[in-house]
Ligand binder design. Structure first.
Ligand code: BDR
Ligand code: CA
Length: 321
């Protein structure tokens, strides 16, 4: 069983990644850190609590709140994609008597020291530890700034972020998690940690379609099944046939569970922090012959995905009662 830390901005697809992690015996979630991204961090922390309760997390992993803002500038959220509450309206569902279906549960105290807790996990587990980063990289960058050598000993950092051969999803060149905090992403990319970038190149290919959802959840009426339907509902709006919900964060989580689900290319990677039109772009040097110096550290970038393998894993773990 591999110890993992989830750094997250929950988030509809973060929620689906939580489900995958907490229902997979290959990994044990030892810490969850929250970061400002899809929603303000306080909302993200509440969402993490609701999800842990929904999933009957046992033991309840320590939860630590992190950065409220990117390293520079102010937060741009993605509530137009994930709903005001970040969970597609899940928090507003009520029983016929008006009581909330997914209330904020009683929970152990939550700290405010995400970067510090990340460093402690890195010290404790070193090369055994996997960190799965599902939001802007602010907390991870702060941990690297405070303890670069300790963070370099972490076995594997898996990042959902970036777009290398495909367009971005916020600007023509920038993916959301990198767009929100490019300076943090630049610190992480240059850190020398062992890392795998799970980019839009692959996450856009793995989609939860309505037929797949109905095939598995069709007969289920549990709160869990209802939560998945509500989480994904607004993403299925628009004229059919809908291409399906892109499994961005679940694919990054799947790499921690079954690394063979993607194939990686090792490339020098730099993050654009200045460009007038390209801020937040992930610039990977894919030239066959690299003329001139490219001193950017080499990282693994997932550019191919075994779609069937991912969807089978997701259906088997997440869409079963
Ligand atoms: C990423 O951005 C967020 O909105 C999602 O949760 C995911 O982490 C996809 O670009
Ligand atoms: Ca996310």
């Amino acid at each position: 069983v591999r110890p993992i830390v989830i750094d997250t901005d929950p988030g509809v697809d973060d929620a689906l990644a939580f489900m995958l992690a907490l229902r997979s015996p290959e990994v044990r979630v030892d810490l969850i850190t929250t970061v400002a991204g899809n929603v303000p961090v306080e909302q993200g922390t509440d969402n993490a609590c609701r999800l842990l309760a929904l999933l009957n997390a046992d033991p309840w992993p320590p939860l630590e709140q992190g950065a409220t803002q990117p390293l520079h500038g102010t937060l741009e959220t993605a509530t137009h994609i994930h709903g005001d509450d970040g969970l597609g309206g899940l928090t507003r569902l009520v029983h016929p008597d008006g009581t909330p279906m997914f209330p904020l549960p009683d929970h152990p105290p939550i700290g405010q020291q995400a970067a510090q807790r990340l460093i402690e996990r890195a010290e404790a587990d070193g090369s055994d530890l996997t960190i799965v980063a599902l939001g802007p990289l602010t907390n991870i960058a702060q941990a690297i700034q405070q303890a670069p050598d300790t963070m370099r000993r972490v076995g594997h950092l898996i990042i959902m972020g970036g777009a290398v051969t495909v367009p971005g999803n916020v600007t023509p060149t920038a993916e959301f998690n990198i767009y929100v905090d490019p300076e943090a992403a630049a610190i992480v990319a240059a850190s020398g940690m062992r890392m795998t970038w799970v980019t839009l190149d692959v996450t856009r290919q793995t989609r939860l379609t309505k037929p797949l959802l109905d095939q598995h959840l069709g007969g289920q009426h549990t709160p869990y099944a209802q939560a998945i339907r509500q989480l994904t509902q607004s993403w299925f709006q628009g004229p059919p046939p809908h291409p399906g919900v892109p499994l961005h964060d679940p694919l990054a989580m799947a790499v921690a569970i079954d690394p063979e689900v993607v194939s990686c290319t090792t490339l020098p990677l730099q993050i654009e922090t200045q460009g007038e039109h390209t801020r937040g772009m992930t610039v990977a040097d894919r030239r066959e012959q690299r003329h001139g110096a490219n001193n950017a550290p080499l990282v693994d970038i997932a550019l191919q995905v075994d779609v069937d393998r991912m969807l089978s894993l997701f259906a088997e773990r997440v869409l079963t009662p």
